[in-house]
Design a protein around this ligand. Sequence first.
Ligand SMILES: [Zn+2]
Ligand SMILES: [Zn+2]
Length: 283
Amino acid sequence: MEKSKERIQQIKKKRPGYGEILDFYQKVIEAQDKAKASLKIDPVLLKKEWKELLAKEGFSLIQKEDFPLDIEASVKLFQALCQIGKEANPHMAEQVRKIKEAHDNKKIDLKNLLKEGVKEQKIERVADEFGLDIKVFSFLIQSSIKPSIEAGMEQLHSELDPETWLKGYCTVCGSLPFLSLLKEETGKRYLLCSYCGYQWRIDRLFCPFCDNREQESLHYLFAEGEEAYRIDLCDKCHQHIKTIDFRIIGESDPSLEDLATLHLDILASQKGYKRPIPNPWVT
Ligand SMILES: [Zn+2]
Ligand SMILES: [Zn+2]
């Protein structure tokens, strides 16, 4: 946490335009960190023979809905995040007011909602019913269950070899990656799961969204002076993924680095490339 705070200060100095959003982000991760400290998560049970069969057939270990959640802790975190949102800006404050009103009138059952947070359609339906901004609402829900999901992933971590999966989707939960990372001196490339945070190795020349490995249709762009961040573009599926080079900036919180470079996502989008798992901060 201290390292993240330091990094936030560094980025704020370099890119003052991100100041407000970074302050908000810091409060969010502090609340998540606090929740993580007292989390109670049931063990994820896996049969050895299932594990082997799934791996052989190229299936992920579990499904998104199989992650055990600490619902009490998630509800508490949701409320803490609502409070942070209320103080962040008028738009968030208005969203929180609407959520609180629906909750006070017993029209929203928080426990149930967080349990079903994985079902995007359900979240969309509730947002629609109460006139909520879907991006804000699903951000609050996803951020509230995140400590539980990550704790579940950490349990399964030892069951897997991150160096040998080499596919475009997560070996733990089957979700798509939201970032790619370059690490170690040789620049080994890893993908980072958008749902559970697992990291696994892939080839340097590879589009995780369409399995393209052809050099002619894979290229990248970056901004002058920001060589640690590049946007990998695929001309086959016209999608992109952001790659963060930890060899240049050192190990850091990938979500923070993603947030602080959303100008690159906007650039890629202007060029006609889609990001399958959007940067949550692009409005
Ligand atoms: Zn995953
Ligand atoms: Zn592609």
